[in-house]
Design a protein around this ligand. Structure first.
Ligand SMILES: C[S@@+](CC[C@H](N)C(=O)[O-])C[C@H]1O[C@@H](n2cnc3c(N)ncnc32)[C@H](O)[C@@H]1O
Length: 361
């Protein structure tokens, strides 16, 4: 398979293109990108056709910031409208046996118009693929996912991704419900971040009732709401007004102080979350300070994107974090993602697994 198809937010194609070009080159792959603005996809064409499969195995999907999903595959166009199923099935002859079928579209207005048809074709397509044993039910969760990404009613990219290195979500977007009583829509950003960054089997341990959290730039309380909802106790830092219902839970203390100066009295904070609108480098330095001084174990924060060179800006901040933490001998896991609920920002998760005691005692 020579193409790697990447899904991204519409308008961020150049960032997703810069990213796959950089990541592929880092791993020694050569190719070129095909992309058009506002299509919600980027296609990386490998010079060596066997490299599509290699890329989606070797590049860690967790390192892809602007990619919501990816797969390796091929373009199927000019499908006869009376039998698109056969055209798609024929394109899968060399595919590995898959455990799931996702009939998807790019996340654009044109894509939305195709979604009804995608639902309609899914059942006959699945039956036809099962007949050929391209999609089978045994060990389904371990087997690759077969993607059919419709661009128009007669054109689709058809390919597969590996479950150990893809997004588990349909179209790479977790479906979340907006809670009626949340103080702001941005509550969904933190909910999505928890869903994307914390594997479901670890969520019980890492998002436990009774844990302590700090929310920098908390008002009106959408992010605090997600911590409170999970039974945590939160110090909310902001000069603005906090939502009354949240304050009445008794789980929130509101401090009207500067989020850049606030530090906790004790090192008993599990979650630091930060949604202050500030220069990305300034927020990055603050987060490094919290990590190196062991003020919090896990951090989730937003980096606002500049108008231009958004890919460069994010990668520079991530590099700064890596260099500083390595310099101080701090062990960590780091992941950043342009989430579905993010617009001009990306969300970063830093899990601080070990800080040398000499740094803070
Ligand atoms: C995007 S809003 C946060 C929204 C919040 N996460 C929610 O879900 O409701 C940014 C907040 O950061 C606060 N903020 C900006 N600079 C700050 C600073 N230096 N210290 C404390 N809060 C700050 C602003 O007052 C504002 O309420």
């Amino acid at each position: 398979m020579s193409s790697v198809v990447i899904y991204c937010r519409s308008g961020f194609e150049s960032d997703a293109a810069a990213e796959i070009t950089f990541q592929a080159a880092e791993q020694g792959f050569a190719g070129y990108v095909k992309t058009k603005p506002n299509t919600g996809i980027v296609v990386y064409e490998c010079f060596d056709p066997s490299h599509g499969d290699e890329i989606i195995k070797k590049i860690d999907f967790k390192n892809m910031v602007f990619a919501r999903q990816w797969f390796t595959g091929t373009l199927v166009d000019n499908m006869p409208l009376e039998d698109r199923v056969s055209a798609i099935v024929n394109a899968t002859v060399d595919f590995p046996s898959c455990g799931d079928l996702r009939v998807e579209t790019p996340d654009t207005n044109e894509g939305k118009e195709l979604s009804k048809f995608c639902k309609k074709i899914s059942t006959p397509l699945k039956k036809a693929l099962e007949k050929r044993a391209t999609v089978t039910r045994e060990l389904a969760d371990k087997k690759p996912v077969l993607h059919v990404l419709f661009l128009s009613n007669d054109t689709a990219y058809v390919g597969y991704s590996y479950t150990f290195n893809n997004s588990p979500f349909f179209m790479g977007i977790p479906r979340l419900r907006m809670p009626n009583d949340a103080p702001s829509r941005s509550t969904l950003k933190l909910d999505e971040a928890f869903n994307v960054f914390i594997p479901p089997h670890e969520a019980e341990d890492r998002l436990q009732p009774g844990m302590r959290g700090v929310d920098l730039g908390a008002c009106p309380g959408g992010w605090t709401y997600q911590l409170v909802r999970r039974g945590m106790f939160v110090s909310a830092i902001d000069n603005g007004p906090m939502n009354d219902d949240l304050m009445e839970t008794g789980q929130v203390k509101h401090f009207r102080v500067d989020g850049f100066k606030y530090r906790p009295e004790k090192r008993n904070i599990h979650w630091l979350v930060c949604d202050m609108v500030e220069k990305p480098a300034k927020v990055t330095n603050l987060m490094i300070d919290w990590a190196v001084n062991a003020y919090a174990k896990e951090l989730i924060f937003n980096l606002k994107l500049p108008m231009k060179k958004r890919f460069d800006s994010v990668y520079e901040c991530l590099k700064m974090i890596k260099e500083e933490l390595e310099k101080y001998g701090v062990s960590y896991e780091l992941q950043a993602k342009h989430l579905y609920h993010d617009r001009e920002e990306v969300t970063v998760h830093l899990n601080v697994t070990k800080v040398p005691q000499s740094l803070y005692s």
